[in-house]
Design a protein around this ligand. Structure first.
Ligand code: ATP
Ligand code: MG
Length: 418
């Protein structure tokens, strides 16, 4: 045997047994998002590196070390998309979407980040992403939070906590940043090496560091919410009032900064207590400056991304509908093959899902397969049935069976499977 070719580390195969759960999640996501007026957008999995560097930010984990970048044979520097917002905004700009109307968009698909693979963290992972463009008002932020809540609820996921913060406008953040840098410099020695480097370049990321000594050191750090300008304060107050009115509980978390540079005002995460250290299932926020920053017209926007692998880990298997046919067709002999195949095709013509057994085998073995398929009925055709012009119709749950005339079988099956 030839040597096996190893798969790429951190990139998973999704086998048919697992795909049912994926499809269930995707179907539910489409249903819920479309009920709120969101429409699907599809854009490439590959973009110019520059797009991500400019939108996500040079000093972020993603751009610093997590991206898959390469030069193509034409000499272009490209990257596999590490997230969807940048590409979605780029597609909107390219196609002239941002001309004043509101756009509510969603996408589903793979993202790529070169991280250390572990449970809940992969190098190819999948997101459901949602972005809305137009209104700068907090009703749009709240709509998305309600939408995420509904999707999670409809999938039967419980025990999630919504963490909420506001990062204000860039001007608010500049003032805050100075205060924070002063605070961190005074505690430089208690910070981990990475955070020491971050103090000047990207001080807010220190707040997000998972190292316990860093967390202790920033416990008393100044809080961004004390630095919000009037407009951001009003946005945040209104957002909270709307969430309260909708009965959505949340925890204010002034240390929630998110790992991307483009956020303004609202940021939030939903976390689960069931996922260990990879606890965040949904993360989102407002990014009013991004469209303009990558060359589009000034367009306020808000969005979230949901990690599909992490969410799937929370969906109970019994909630996932198993695909199964209505009928299983068992041809017992090569001589009946043309008849049996024609029967299967005519049933499919009439909208019945019919699985046809290929490869021959005894009645017993075929009936075992029929049982395993989850079909309600098995249609058995042997030489005897063919000679008599009948088909044996077997109810797989009760084991009862009767021989029906070939011309009656289709109506019978259509009737019983509707
Ligand atoms: P984390 O702090 O866990 O690294 P992040 O802030 O980098 O997350 P986002 O860029 O906000 O993540 O992505 C949104 C969601 O996508 C996350 O909340 C998570 O559910 C999922 N996600 C992000 N990175 C990965 C990954 N490498 N593998 C699996 N899911 C991921
Ligand atoms: Mg990350």
């Amino acid at each position: 045997m030839a040597e096996k070719i190893r798969p790429v580390r951190g990139m998973n195969d999704i086998l048919p047994d697992e795909a049912a759960a994926w499809q269930h999640l995707e179907t539910e996501a489409r249903r819920v998002l479309e009920a709120y007026g969101y429409r699907e957008i599809r854009f490439p999995h590959v973009e110019r590196l520059e797009l991500f560097a400019r939108s996500i930010g040079e000093d972020t984990d993603i751009v610093e070390k997590e991206m898959y970048t390469f030069e193509d044979t034409g000499g272009e520097i490209l990257a596999l998309r590490p997230e969807g917002t940048a590409g979605c905004v780029r597609a909107g700009i390219t196609n002239g979407l941002f001309r004043g109307q509101t756009h509510r968009l969603y996408y589903l698909g793979p993202m790529f980040r070169h991280e250390r693979p572990q449970k809940g963290r992969y190098r190819q992972f999948h997101q459901v992403g949602v972005e809305a463009f137009g209104p700068a008002t907090p009703d749009l932020d709240v709509e998305q939070i309600l939408m995420a809540r509904r999707l999670l609820q409809d999938l039967g996921v419980e025990g999630l906590t919504l963490h909420l913060n506001s990062l204000g406008k860039p001007a608010d953040r500049r003032v805050y940043r100075e205060e924070l840098v002063g605070f961190l410099e005074a505690r430089r020695d208690s910070l981990c090496e990475t955070c020491q480097e971050r103090i000047q370049r990207s001080p807010m990321r220190v707040l997000d560091c998972k190292v316990p000594t860093c967390q202790e050191a920033v416990a008393e750090a100044p809080e961004i919410t004390d630095f919000l300008g009037e407009e951001s304060r009003a946005h945040f107050d209104r957002l909270r009032a709307l969430l309260d009115a909708a009965g959505v509980p949340y925890e204010l978390n002034p240390r929630l900064v998110r790992g991307l540079d483009y956020y303004t005002d609202t940021v939030y995460e939903w976390t689960s207590d069931q996922l260990g250290s990879q606890a965040t299932v949904v993360a989102g926020g407002r990014y009013d400056g991004l469209v303009e920053e990558i060359g589009g017209p000034s367009t306020p926007a808000v969005g979230f991304a949901l990690g599909i692998e992490r969410l799937l880990a929370l969906v109970a298997p019994e909630r996932v509908p198993e695909p199964h046919p209505s009928v299983f067709i068992a041809p017992l002999d090569a001589a009946v093959e043309t008849d049996a195949m024609a029967l299967a095709e005519s049933l499919r013509d009439r909208g019945v899902s019919a699985w046809y057994h290929c490869g021959g085998g005894s009645l017993k073995s075929q009936l075992k397969k029929a049982d395993r398929s989850g079909a309600r009925l098995a249609l058995v055709l042997g030489e005897q049935e063919q000679a008599e012009g009948t088909v044996l119709v077997r109810d797989l749950a009760s084991g009862e069976q009767e021989a029906l005339a070939r011309r009656e079988v289709e109506d019978h099956v259509v009737h019983r499977s509707s």
